[in-house]
Structures are given as C-alpha cells and as structure tokens.
Design a protein around this ligand. Structure first.
Ligand code: GLC
Length: 624
C-alpha cells in the first residue's frame, strides 16, 4: 500500500476500532521513560480533566495514561518505534528543517490599544516581551487587532482558535460561529508574527485530537486521517442535575456541512500551519511528539492511498476546499493540488526519519516529482500553449500522443482568446479527460507560487498576468476567487442554480479580501512587494468602512457581497498578515518552499526508455 508505514498502520488500526473513544499516544520524549515507568504518559488535551462521559454518543478521544488505560479496558498500546534518544533522532533526521529566527525588531508592531471593552479578550503570551514600537499602527490596523482578538474562542480557559465571523448584526449565524481550519490560518499567522504562539499551539493540538474522532454520514465512515472543516465549543451538563458543566469540542467533518463534503484541504492546511509554527517558534519538542508525527502520517496516508488514478493529482469531489459548494471543480482542482504539493513538501521536512517512516518518505518524494511534472507540463497555459491546443489533433491512440487528454480545441472559451496576454500565463483550474477548466483560480495559482509547484519562470508569469489583468482580478477589491464567472445555462447546470453563487458573486467570480495574504506571500517570494503594496492599499481604503466583509460582488468588486457576513475574521486576519509580511519579508519563508531541482531528477518516468514524454528536461523546460 502506497505510503503506509507500520507506525501509521498500527495507529490507524488502533484508532479505527469502534467505538473510537481512546487513543494511546505519548510524546516521543516520554515514551522511552514510560517503558520503565508505566503510567507516566502525559495527558495532552484537554488540560482540564474531562472525567465524565458527555451525554452524547461520541466524545473527544483522550490521551490516556497507561494506568487509566488499564481501568478503561482493552485499548492496545500503539507499537511505535522509539529511538533511544528521541531528540537526537529528530534533529539528526530532519535535514531540511530550519528554524526561522525572528528579526531583531520582533515582535513586529506596537502592542494593541487596550481599550476597556477588549482588555478582557487580550491574551498575549506571558513569555513575549512588550513590543518595541516600530511605527505607529494605523487606525485600521488597531481596529483589525481589536476585532481579531474579539473573535478568539477559548476551550477550558485557553485560546484555541478564532470564529469565522463575529457579526453582531447578523441573527442567522449558520456555522460562522465555528472555528474553521482554513479560516484560522491567517489568524494564526498574524498571532505567530506577533509572538503570540500559544493559541496556534493549542489549535494544532486540539484539531489533532479531533482527527481521530468517530465520524459518520449515514453509517459510512470516512478515513481516519480526515481533519474537520470546523469545530465548535459547546458547554454541556456533567449530569442530569445540571449542577456542573464541561466544555466539549464538537467537530464537523462535513457531516453537517452543506452538501456533506469532506474538507480535503483541512489536513493539508494543518500540516502547512504546523511547519510555520515550528519554524517560527523552534518548538521541535512539539514536532517530535508521537501524536504529532502520527497525525502527519495519517493525513498523508489518506492522500497517498492507492486508488484507480492515472494522474498524480488528488481526485476530489466538488466543494472540498475554500470553494465549499458546487462550482464544477470536482476532479483535480488546482487549489487542492497546490495545497497537496505544499503539504508534502512540509511533511518531508518534518517527518522523523526512521524505519517506520522511510517508506512514507519515499512515497512522498515520488509523488512530489510526478505531481510537479504533471502540473508544470499540463496545467500551464500561456499564449503559445493555447495556440498549440487550438491546433490540436484529437483521437490519438498511442503512448506518445501530443494531445494526451484528448482535448477538443473547441473547448477553448471565447473569452480566453482575447484575454490571454502576450506576456505571462497561469495554471488552469482543472484537468480531466477531454476537459480543461480554463478559469483562473487565484488561491491555486498563488499557492503554487508559494510552494514552488510552478517553475520560477511560471511563477513570474502568473504575477505578470495578474498585473496585466489588474482590472479583472483586483479592480476595487483584491482578489477575485476565480475569473470569469459562469453565467446563464452554464451557471444553471454547473452550480445547480445556486442562488448564492450567481454570476460575479461569492464563489462565482466574487472578490475575497482574505486572498490578499496569499497574494502578498507570492509577491514577496518573487521579489515583487510593490505589487502587494498596491493591492493592500486598495483593500485598506474600504475594508474598515465596509465592516470587513467576507466577499464583494460584481465584475469589478464594487459592491459588498449580497449575503456577505460583516466582520469576517479571515478578512481581518488576512489584512493584518499581509501588512506584517510586507514589513518583515524574511518571515515569508515559514510558509514558502524553494525550487527543488532534485525532485525533477527523481521523476520515475526518467527510468522508462519508451515512454519518454515525462523527462527531467521536459519538466525543467519552463524553468529557464
Ligand atoms: C464559506 C467559504 C469557506 C469558509 C467558510 C467560513 O463557506 O466558502 O471557504 O471556510 O465560509 O468562513
């Protein structure tokens, strides 16, 4: 089985046993000791004991000590290979992992204005020294910090995340009062760059616990490594007398989500955030914990499991990422591929190399090289490539067909013929047999730059296209989620007549200010900070006056979105993160990956003499 390690398998098997109530995990540093002193395994989360069974059918699977385990019954310890000196094993076997050192000026900005109303909500880590003011924060930044802190939620007295939106005027909260994994990423980055690391650590460890939760939709259980889309903290009575209460985490893996779609991106974001956290804090102790290592492996085991695929890209259903409703992105959407590539690169740096993980690391390397070749070669379009497709022959049956996916030239949409600039290009949204989705999706393209999924030349080309098409992609609010919108019959058929995704609204060509931080990151990586500065200035002009909306509508992003929430946390956090990244561009490296030419050397297709289409030379052909 591809990518399964004995450790991953054992953990998966132990955790998969129903009912999934307990999972025995201990940090690598305590495992060795616990061999001799039973019962010393650390209880990780929750910090406050939750000794009673909540009155629900499922509960948080605790980390239990060996002593409590024997009382609890038949749980079997996970046979995890323990290095004799775990610390040495980690540092010695993490050759890629470099900590990013804070610049001298860290923390980066002035402390928050502690107004009466938010003083209670301020939860700055004790360890962080008072910030040395670098420059006066603008009023908009001060407001953003106040709002971000207001969105923080606590579990057992500790900050664990931020709610999706805190809109006092909105009576219908839906699930916007939950902590979404993907939404929390920019919040986490803002806190990390400000030296407030505890909330991120708590978030990472709590969501890790949720990973092994029992999850079912109509008696069917998805894979063990799945991370939830979101979670909520509920207060429940300890017993029937309502005399005491406890807090429980209630995750949603898609069982309650609109369309019941599994959030494929959650686990990938979790891995990306874990690396950012570890790089900025140097918290290797967290990284070497067996539960953390197992968590990474479970996510990857799901992603790398063998299936019927002919492509190295991840096959997913519609709505399995930021675009979480039907928008015709099922198959191999770019956003998922870029996050997948990034998560594989991050995992390769973070996994402890030992007998249990070496097969997985080999599988990661193979997948990385095949994936980068596939995307660089088949997803990339520019003027020249579109002209090639325009002249494609079809129905080619052979190993060395030029038009491998049988794309009919008639598929080239009329808007694209005029739209594609002479200079630059982009990665298309999706590639399937006889189907290229030519829409431009911002997040996938930006994350492909950040993670080095594209060649450096392609990355430059994408930014150059964004600059050239500024009025379409940025205009009055950065950044269009995708371009162009689907209209008329196409909208009816592909979205299922979704009234929220009408043309130029929400996921269908709406403008999402949260994408600003990913744009800033890509600009910094490519040495184009002035482009990001320009976009931030556009956003700063409106966001506060407009109450920090979730998204904007119309072709040029002029109106606040039809059903847009106000005080959307990732809008606020995205703005702050963009500003902080621009001021401290060296911190971008906690999120980015550099071009790795060795990956192209390792491409498995090089071994084949007959099927020579995938060659190192071909993969590098765009990198000049
Ligand atoms: C919407 C977005 C999704 C986001 C959620 C919470 O459903 O499509 O990406 O995570 O709102 O903000």
């Amino acid at each position: 089985m591809n990518g399964q390690t004995p450790m991953g398998l054992a953990a998966a098997a132990a955790a998969a046993a129903r009912p999934c109530r307990r999972r025995l995990l201990s940090s690598a540093s305590t495992s060795a000791a616990s061999k001799t002193a039973a019962g010393t395994a650390t209880r990780l989360f929750p910090k406050l004991p939750h000794p009673h069974q909540p009155p629900y059918g499922r509960r948080l699977p605790f980390l239990v000590s060996a002593a409590s385990q024997s009382q609890a019954g038949p749980a079997t310890p996970v046979p995890v290979p323990v290095p004799s000196d775990p610390r040495a094993a980690v540092s010695g076997n993490l050759p890629f992992f470099d900590r990013v050192l804070f610049p001298d000026s860290f923390p980066l900005e002035t402390p928050p204005a502690r107004e009466e109303e938010d003083a209670a909500a301020v939860q700055t880590d004790e360890a962080v020294e008072p910030a040395v003011p670098l420059r006066e924060e603008t009023e908009t930044e001060r407001e953003a910090w106040r709002l971000l802190r207001r969105a923080v939620v606590s579990y057992c007295g500790e900050p664990v995340g931020t709610v999706a939106a805190e809109d006092p005027e909105c009576t219908e909260t839906l699930n916007y009062d939950q902590v979404f994994i993907r939404d929390f990423v920019p919040s986490a980055l803002a806190f990390l760059m400000r030296g407030e690391t505890e909330i991120v650590r708590n978030f990472l460890l709590h969501t890790l616990q949720l990973q092994s939760w029992e999850k079912t939709v109509d008696c069917y259980s998805p894979g063990q490594g799945l991370m939830p889309a979101s979670f909520k903290i509920r207060t429940v009575p300890l017993d029937e007398n309502n005399e005491g209460f406890e807090e429980v985490l209630d995750p949603d893996f898609g069982e309650a989500a609109i369309g019941r779609v599994a959030p494929v991106d959650s686990g990938l974001w979790w891995i990306i955030l874990l690396r950012a956290y570890c790089k900025i804090t140097g918290d290797n102790a967290l990284l070497e914990r067996v539960d953390v290592q197992t968590g990474i492996q479970l996510i990857l085991s799901l992603c790398l499991a063998d299936g019927f695929d002919m492509f190295p890209t991840l096959l997913v259903t519609d709505g399995s990422c930021m675009i979480d409703r039907r928008m015709g992105i099922h198959g191999h959407p770019l956003e998922i591929q870029a996050l997948f590539y990034s998560a594989l690169r991050c995992s390769r740096e973070m996994l402890v190399v030992n007998n249990g993980s070496k097969n997985l690391i080999r599988a990661i390397n193979n997948r990385l090289s095949a994936l980068s070749f596939h995307i660089r070669e088949y997803y990339w379009v520019d003027m020249k490539k579109i002209n090639e497709i325009y002249r494609y022959k079809t129905e080619e049956y052979s190993h060395d067909a030029t038009n491998k996916f049988n794309i009919y030239p008639e598929q080239i949409p009329s808007w694209l013929v005029d739209w594609i600039p002479e200079k630059g290009g982009y990665l298309i949204g999706n590639l399937q047999p006889a189907h290229m989705d030519f829409r431009f999706f911002s997040l996938g393209n930006l994350w492909a730059i950040a993670s080095s999924l594209t060649t450096p030349k392609q990355a430059e080309g994408i930014l150059s296209l964004i600059e050239e098409k500024w009025d379409d992609l940025v205009a009055n609010m950065p950044l269009k989620i995708c371009y162009p919108a689907m209209e008329d019959d196409e909208w009816r058929i592909i979205t299922g007549s979704d009234p929220k995704n009408t043309p130029w609204s929400y996921h269908n060509g709406g403008s999402w200010p949260t994408l600003l931080w990913q744009f800033t990151l890509a600009c910094i990586k490519m040495g184009r900070p002035e482009l990001a500065r320009r976009a931030i200035a556009v956003a700063e002009e409106r966001l506060s006056d407009d109450k920090w909306p979730e998204y904007y509508d119309t072709r040029s992003g002029r109106f606040i979105g039809k059903q847009s929430r106000s005080y959307q946390t990732w809008t606020i956090a995205g703005f702050l993160t963009s500003k902080m990244l621009l001021e401290n561009p060296e911190l971008a490296s906690i999120l980015t990956c550099d071009e790795d030419l060795e990956l192209l050397e390792g491409c498995a297709c090089c071994l084949s003499t007959k099927r020579t289409r995938c060659s190192r030379r071909a993969a590098k052909s765009h990198s000049g």
